[in-house]
Design a protein around this ligand. Sequence first.
Ligand code: NAD
Length: 387
Amino acid sequence: MSLSESMRRVLPYIRGMLIGSTGRPVRLVPVVDPPGVPFEIDLSEMGEITEERVLHLLSTVAEEWRDERSGSRFLLVRLREEERCFRVEGRGGGPGRGEPGSPYEGLSTKGREDVVRGRVAVVTGGAQGFGEQIVRGLCASGAYVCIADLNAEGAERLADEINAEAGEPVAWAVQVNVADEGSVEGLFARIVEEAGGLDLCVSNAGVLRAGSVLSQSSEDFRFVTEVNYVAFFLVTKHAARIMRAQHLLAPRWYTDIVQINSKSGLAGSNKNGAYAGSKFGGIGLVQSFALELVEYHIKVNAICPGNFFDGPLWSDPEKGLFVQYLRAGKVPGARTVDDVRRYYESKIPMGRGCTGPDVMRALYYIVEQEYETGQALPVAGGQVMLH
Ligand SMILES: NC(=O)c1ccc[n+]([C@@H]2O[C@H](COP(=O)([O-])OP(=O)(O)OC[C@H]3O[C@@H](n4cnc5c(N)ncnc54)[C@H](O)[C@@H]3O)[C@@H](O)[C@H]2O)c1
């Protein structure tokens, strides 16, 4: 059921109003024929929709909503050219900082499992690899997750599997090319249609084309730069517009943009300059966007994982890096894939590759922490250390 552009424009403000009045994340799900009388938000007299007018009208509505909210699970939104009904849905999430008002508020670990519960999240490149791990982790922790990937079939398959396990719709798939602005704009329009807004954007889609600076084609160099670097700008631009609109009516609510960067964003990578350069650049964007968006309580951080040896990039039996390096004789004396793997593991002080749960711990920390932004958090078993 697609919504008009005007409806899509006002929904994040309305979602912000609901979060602002309850302190909890919600999802606005379009419905036909709600049971009972819905709570009405009448914006039909507004004429031209401007941010100033929407904010003015909704701040009056917020008080009525607060008074009536116990009885209302349905909203009717009236615009001049359209009216739609929405079910207000949550998975019970809260800010996750212990009992409000108790002397231990924010100090105890109680409620920490609620860090992402009920939040609306998107994970780009979510169909496989680290992205898939992040999608699974977020869904298992109570978030609603949009799996945004170029590989539509893989994203659909994953969403179906997760929803069947959960017994309720907690994930949905959208095809996107993060390097194309029109496609990215379409992705965020779909997220607003599905959920009314957004709390967590994980910019994970990334590509690697290794090559010597003496011979790599400029096409390969540009391809890596477009997907790893330019796309992070595009994704942040369109995610942050929604988050900013929510913030204007939920001034205490924090939202997050997290880039899955790499240890190669912190230290150079031999014959892999396109990749390392794009990841170093990503950290410059993270710091700059963080400075600008802090005003709207949007935190922007990067996670810099070490090698995910169990993921398809390394372990795919046909085109994974272990097989490629074995065939190319890159590791002297290696006769099997396991020899190559052991060689790379031995370079890591903690003796193993990075895993999905390692990345999830960093992600939960970033979302929970309300006093840090613009950081690049290594999750690399000691292989890179910050100065
Ligand atoms: N695998 C590792 O060892 C490792 C280590 C450090 C950091 N990283 C980073 O983690 C992220 C994920 O890496 P991975 O190894 O899990 O990747 P992967 O290749 O296993 O999966 C990447 C996913 O992104 C999707 N994708 C690619 N281009 C896209 C585009 N233009 N638009 C939308 N989706 C697109 C793919 O379809 C795929 O599902 C990347 O940013 C990567 O740089 C990976």
